[in-house]
Design a protein around this ligand. Structure first.
Ligand code: AMP
Ligand code: ZN
Length: 112
């Protein structure tokens, strides 16, 4: 884990940058993506800073499982439980924020 004072999502978690909160508990925060790619597009992040999904999986697999269960909960509430879960990992895969985040896309039928 490498805490970053320059991290956008650490600042959102700390409330220093506003966000549209969807869910929060002691370890995890979820908020609406500012540039939604589906009717419901939520980002779920661990409050602790990990750069990507592999780092999180190695350090805290229970938190990764917790994130999946929150994604399911959001999809149950906003659709009929179907959702797409994406972790962009690495610059060349489209990762732009290096604080691990699950994209939850749901709320409507998604293109294949
Ligand atoms: P990625 O490209 O996988 O790193 O995803 C970063 C996501 O963060 C993008 O989908 C952005 O639209 C989203 N994003 C960037 N800044 C904000 C913000 N201030 N609030 C909410 N979402 C944001
Ligand atoms: Zn961070």
């Amino acid at each position: 884990m490498s805490e970053s004072s320059d991290c956008l999502f650490c600042k959102i978690i700390a409330g220093e940058i506003p966000s549209s909160k969807v869910y929060e508990d002691e370890s995890t925060y979820a908020f609406k993506d500012i540039n939604p790619k589906a009717k419901v597009h939520v980002l779920i992040v661990p409050k602790k800073h990990y750069a990507n999904a592999a780092e999180l999986a190695a350090a805290d697999p229970a938190e990764l499982a917790h994130i999946v269960s929150i994604a399911q909960q959001i999809a149950n509430e906003s659709f009929h439980g179907a959702y797409r879960l994406v972790f962009n990992t690495g610059l060349d895969a489209g990762q732009t924020v290096f604080h691990v985040h699950a994209h939850v896309l749901t709320g409507e039928k998604l293109d294949e």
